[in-house]
Ligand binder design. Sequence first.
Ligand code: AMP
Length: 223
Amino acid sequence: MRIVLVGPPGAGKGTQATRLAEKLRVPHISTGDLFRTNISRQTELGKLAKSYIDAGDLVPDEVTIGMAKDRMEQPDAERGFLLDGFPRNVAQAEALDELLTAEGIKLDAVLDLEAPEEEVVKRIAGRRICRNDSAHVFHVTHKKPAKDGVCDVCGGELYQRADDTEETVRTRLDVYHTQTEPIISYYDAQGLVTTISALGEVDEVTERAMAALPQLEDPAPSH
Ligand code: AMP
């Protein structure tokens, strides 16, 4: 099972990817998370990526593709993966195709999460994330933690991503429209794309997403 998740920043890709990856029993590979881990560990790659990420721009392809490739070649990704945030432009999509073709494998689906612009700006500007786990996501008005600044799940510190300010979100949306959206047509030509609405409760969107992947039945039924 090899799936690519696309959608504008704030559509809930990370949240849905965590849930879908668990249901489908494949690793959730987020290039954004890989970059953030490198930044917090102050690696060379992290230092290089930081200025692009803080500005809302894409990290150069040669760095990103190499990092994504290394992650996809880990043993846990042998039987499949769910890609979140990669590819983000046509050159990356072509590089991914080459990589998969060389391995004699292909993508099963591209899931496109759709959300109106004003909604994603509101979601992102109020978003707060746990330092321990980026899957623990809160919102200053829609999903307040019980205690300000503290993760309800694990007690970790909540913070606002440096690239989650309204101004940077506008840049990220521009980048999405100009660079990332063209990959939807690219994959559509391969008959891989299903578009679903990212609006509504988190559970509803997950159900919608699972229903949009009919050929990929939940491999984890309880016996
Ligand atoms: P995300 O967590 O997916 O929103 O990614 C955060 C930031 O990391 C993006 O705004 C980009 O600066 C960078 N990034 C993540 N994935 C990629 C990618 N595939 N190509 C280039 N930059 C990326």
